[in-house]
Design a protein around this ligand. Sequence first.
Ligand code: SF4
Length: 62
Amino acid sequence: MGAPPAVGLCESCRHQQVVRTTRGSSFSLCRRSREDPRYPRYPRLPVVSCPGHERRAGEAQS
Ligand code: SF4
């Protein structure tokens, strides 16, 4: 429903996992947080800069 929230960099990052709740909202989870405590599990959005960002395979490089 409506436009997706502005997620920023996480949107194109291979470490992102979108978690949907039964109430219809969704959260952007950073899978790097599992191995690296420097990354929050649910980063504050939009993420505009992140040292851990890695583009998903198959997406064009910018
Ligand atoms: S590594 Fe950075 S850009 Fe990627 S999902 Fe985590 S917080 Fe977002």
